[in-house]
Design a protein around this ligand. Structure first.
Ligand code: FES
Length: 129
């Protein structure tokens, strides 16, 4: 596990994002209501630069003839074919198994750190090999 510092938190105000390059990976860092999230700038459908898509919300599950808008500014929509992903988790809205990679973010002394790699203290399980 390595923490890569990519800039100052103050440079990404609430409701905005920035793409950064970390070890050859393009990563989008988003500030959602004061919390920072990082996702791979790559759509698993056909490889578009996901973070070029608009940030929006979505319609939540609801009863028939009921429309409830939610997750405002927490969703990014792929610019090529419109697949939508939850910025907080990297999961697509239509199938949680389809996802772009998300990375833990640490704020240390005002700097944004993106954690990449397996935590060596975590036990190795079959899905982490
Ligand atoms: S490349 Fe993203 S939805 Fe097709």
């Amino acid at each position: 596990m390595a923490v890569h510092y990519v800039g100052n938190a103050a440079d990404i105000p609430e409701g905005s994002f920035r793409t950064v390059d970390v070890s050859g990976r393009s990563i989008g860092v988003y500030n959602i209501k004061g919390e920072y999230y990082a996702i791979h700038n790559y759509c698993p459908h056909q490889g578009a630069k996901l973070c070029k898509g608009p940030v929006c919300g979505t319609m939540l599950a609801s009863d028939v003839y009921e429309y409830i808008y939610g997750k405002d500014r927490e969703i990014v929509r792929c610019p090529w074919h419109g697949w939508e992903f939850d910025i907080k988790t990297g999961k697509s809205l239509f199938d949680g198994k389809v996802r772009t990679r998300s990375y833990p973010v640490r704020i240390e002394e005002g700097r944004i750190g993106i954690v990449i790699g397996r935590n060596e203290e975590e036990p190795v399980t079959a899905d982490k090999k």
